[in-house]
Design a protein around this ligand. Structure first.
Ligand SMILES: *Cc1c(COP(=O)(O)O)cnc(C)c1O
Length: 380
């Protein structure tokens, strides 16, 4: 009973790369170039190549990536202030914050109860002429994309922006709007976060914008650099949201290992699903085909009002868990008064979801032991 199963140990996550990370940091330190420069450009090129999107712009974090895209669309006249944009109600709050920041109106939509992602069916009901864009969020690493959603985006002529913060490296069989099938290249634009806990994380804050539009990439790049398109020439009232070269250097070490890291998560998720046998109280996540989910989180649902008890008992057995997310955005104080339809799926699942350890640091052996603990837990 003394063994501990931490939820996530970031030192452990980076341990396999520590020598390369130190070399890369030393390279940046001796270069004398601490803002922009070759390290950032090389990373942008490597990322664009990996995702299969023509343009990548390194930025300060995932929230900034999202809000820069939306603000750029407003500046380019593709969106007007107040336009509505569809977003899943059960997402991390950053997706919604980016929408309000750009002066747009979030339309919160309940997810499909099986995938916990939005689907064409859930979205169709809320489309009105004021809805001009949609933000699929690949929650927990699962691609929110299929033929129906693609057709719906096309037929309503919606702009589309992927919140790809949790799904770097996920690939789906359904091609995106531009033909590629990798998350981050499916829609008009995508935001990636390299927050340290993500599947590929920096050693601090970092993010990126990916897009098929040169115009959007150029506008985002200018906006992220004081709104300037060349030195001391400001076309927009911009911000300082750049990617640091030291983080670009860290990410150049880690990005080539993203697929292998994801594969380890995919195997552990399959193992959990095969081993957890508590159908009385546990609904395991759907196991999709192939690499449609890269398991940023492995999220079970504990039914019958027993989630908190389960979490407490697991903690007593040394198993750390987490909840993504216990309070959905519409119930946060900052969105008090936000108009939305009833969100029964979001509000119910928020009381049921429980994330089990799945990152590097949790071995397949640990997964077996955790599943065994869960299978033997007495809930009352
Ligand atoms: C992490 C995350 C973000 C924000 O990324 P940061 O880099 O932390 O700003 C946005 N959306 C989702 C779904 C996330 O998980």
């Amino acid at each position: 009973m003394s063994k501990k199963y931490p939820f996530l140990d970031l030192a452990e996550v980076n341990a396999p790369y520590i020598e390369q990370l130190k070399e890369a940091a030393a390279r940046v330190i001796s270069s004398g170039r601490y803002i922009g420069g070759e390290e950032v450009t090389l990373f942008e090129n490597e990322l664009a190549q990996y995702i299969g999107a023509p343009y990548a712009v390194g930025v300060s974090n995932g929230l900034d990536a999202l809000r820069l895209i939306l603000r750029a669309w407003v500046l380019l006249g593709k969106l007007q202030p107040g336009d509505k944009i569809i977003v899943p109600a059960n997402t991390y709050i950053a997706s919604v914050l980016a929408i309000s920041d750009a002066g747009l109106t979030p339309v919160l939509v309940d997810p499909d109860p099986l995938t916990l992602n939005i689907s064409a069916r859930s979205v169709e009901k809320v489309i009105t002429p004021d809805v001009k864009a949609i933000m699929p969020v690949h929650l927990y690493g699962r691609v929110a994309w299929d033929d129906d959603l693609r057709q719906l985006i096309r037929s309503h002529n919606l702009l589309s922006i992927e919140d790809c913060a949790q799904a770097i490296g996920a690939r789906t069989l359904t091609p995106g709007l531009y033909g590629g099938n990798m998350a981050g290249a499916l829609c008009d634009a995508a935001a990636i976060s390299f927050y340290p806990t993500k599947n590929t994380g920096a050693l601090g804050d970092a993010g990126a914008v990916l897009t098929h539009s040169k115009e959007l990439a150029d506008t985002v790049r200018a906006l992220a650099n004081y709104g300037s398109d060349r030195r001391y020439h400001n076309i927009y009232r911009g911000f300082n949201c750049r990617l640091d070269p030291i983080q670009a250097a860290m990410l150049r070490v880690k990005l080539p290992h993203n697929d292998a890291e994801n594969m380890a998560r995919i195997q552990k998720a399959a193992l959990y699903n095969a081993l957890i046998t508590r159908q009385d109280v546990i609904t395991p996540p759907l196991l999709p085909d192939s690499t449609d989910c890269v398991w940023h989180q492995y999220v079970i649902r504990v039914t019958g009002g027993k989630r908190d008890r389960m979490q407490q008992l697991l903690a007593e057995h040394g198993v750390d868990t987490d909840i993504h997310y216990a309070v959905p955005p519409n119930l946060q104080p900052c969105y008090k008064g936000l108009n939305h339809d009833p969100l029964p799926v979001t509000e119910l699942t928020a009381t049921q979801i429980l994330s089990l350890p799945i990152a590097r640091g949790t071995s397949p052996e640990d997964v077996k032991e955790i599943a065994d603990i869960i299978n033997h837990i007495k809930l009352d």
